[in-house]
Design a protein around this ligand. Structure first.
Ligand code: AVJ
Ligand code: FE
Length: 433
């Protein structure tokens, strides 16, 4: 195999090791449902193998189905997450054997494909990018499940650089066009395509994500009890949910605590706020006299290089993240302190856009002009519309292979079990522009 294929083989090994590490637990913990929002962990495990069988073995490799009778069980559209524990899904041992059996044949397909040929699944090994990113996304989902389980000792933590980089609170982005989306990133999803020109008025965007200290000030100021800050839907959610702080937070006297992977700890005031839903982010922004950035504003501030007139793969350029630029790939099981990655700044000087927390944007999940579904409608197209808001940038739990400046994530505006935070923006006044 050549270098390109060797690198793909290594990515396949890495992501599988990750999935196996998150499912190294007692069977009971793997088959149990920890929240109606999530699948049992053993469902995710077999699902990533089934997806790999469907796309790499059958579609790209033309190999006869190994276990067609289980396809239905692992079709996310046939069974909502809450129903998955009652399905006759594979047990932990069987699931590991099944996905190992699929993987055994995947390397033969990798060997056989022509990445320069005309088949769009083979070209640039797209189908391998598809399954590698898919498995990383499910690994992040598994971490959210593990967090909801409140079971201690299952998730590895680690070290992160200290925070505190100096700089202005907000960054000014001058008016002008940029290229949104991509036609050049080979593993970009259909929803990131095509690249298209977007002309934005001038705006300000926070240099850093909103931190726990600032968020606690919103709570202390009665932010959760003041309908002025909330949209009608947001206020309805607030009343129904009785939420009065980010998910996993509790107050003990004057101190905020959180439970992180089963262990209580004081909330570190210098970290980006995490586990807030879109309604909370939107309400905070209004309280602060600001607003959420649109998806276009977020992407321009993150990826556009105005002097080169081109988009970067990451805020700092096209090079891989490395430890000094971003908190990705589950180095530690938490966001890094604010200002920990001055070397990861974008061309405009905005920091921590990639990694740490997914950032809610003001935008609905909609197709770009000229969108074409590929390779299947159920990845993106069926989710377009009013039900989902876009999140950008990837969290500490996202892998570098599954994040870039153009990557779009989406979720319901009430969801907060995901590793979600936000930053604020505001339009420039005519004098500033
Ligand atoms: C892009 C994270 C919203 O988890 O629903 C996983 C990714 N698609 N399997 C999801 C996905 C199919 C998707 N998100
Ligand atoms: Fe999936």
């Amino acid at each position: 195999m050549n270098d390109f294929k060797e690198r793909i083989a290594a990515e396949l090994v890495a992501v599988r090791n990750r999935s196996l590490a998150y499912t190294e637990a007692e069977d009971d913990l793997l088959v149990r449902q920890h929240s109606p929002l999530m699948s049992p962990l053993v469902w995710d495990l077999a699902h990533v193998g089934n997806y790999e069988e469907l796309w790499v073995l059958r579609e790209a490799g033309g190999i006869t189905p190994l276990r067609p009778e289980i396809d239905d069980l692992y079709d996310a559209f046939k069974h909502p997450r809450k129903d998955r524990p009652s399905l006759p899904i594979l047990g932990p041992g069987e699931a590991r054997r099944y996905i190992g059996g699929v993987r055994g044949r995947v390397l033969d397909v990798l060997d056989a494909i022509d990445p320069d040929g005309p088949d769009p699944l083979h070209r640039d090994a797209f189908v391998f990018g598809l399954v590698i990113q898919h498995e990383h996304q499910h690994d992040e989902t598994m971490l959210a499940t593990l967090q909801l389980s409140r079971e201690p000792g299952l998730v590895r933590d680690g070290d992160l650089p200290p925070g505190g980089s100096a700089g202005a609170e907000e960054v000014f982005v001058p008016a002008g066009p940029f290229l949104m989306g991509t036609g050049t990133q080979p593993w970009a999803y259909d929803n990131e395509r095509p690249a298209h020109r977007v002309d934005l008025p001038a705006y300000w965007i926070d240099r850093l994500p909103v931190g726990n200290l600032a968020y606690a000030a919103f709570i202390d100021d009665g932010g959760y009890d003041d309908p002025r800050w909330w949209t009608p839907e947001g206020w309805h959610w607030r009343q129904e949910s009785h939420a009065c702080a980010p998910l996993f937070w509790t107050r003990d006297g004057g101190t905020w605590w959180r439970t992180r992977f089963g262990r209580p700890e004081p909330v570190p005031m210098d970290e980006p706020v995490q586990h807030v839903c879109w309604y909370e982010a939107d309400a905070y922004a209004r309280w602060a006299g600001r607003r959420l950035p649109t998806e276009a504003e977020w992407e321009k501030a993150c990826g556009w290089d105005p002097s080169a007139g081109r988009a970067r793969k990451y805020p700092w350029g096209d090079d891989d993240p490395g430890p000094g630029r971003a908190n990705l790939g589950h180095r530690a099981a938490r966001p890094a302190p604010l200002g920990a990655f001055p070397a990861g700044a974008s061309a405009y000087g905005v920091e921590q856009m990639i990694g740490d927390v997914w950032e809610w944007t003001a935008s609905l999940f909609l197709p770009y002009p000229g969108f074409r579904s590929f390779p299947y409608r159920e990845y993106s197209e069926v989710f377009f519309g009013k039900d989902y808001r876009v999140l950008r940038g990837g969290s500490w739990a996202a892998d570098p292979a599954a994040v870039r400046t153009t990557f779009r994530n989406w979720d319901h505006p009430i969801r907060r079990q995901i590793f979600s935070g936000f930053r604020c923006a505001r339009s420039a006044t005519p004098e500033q522009a």
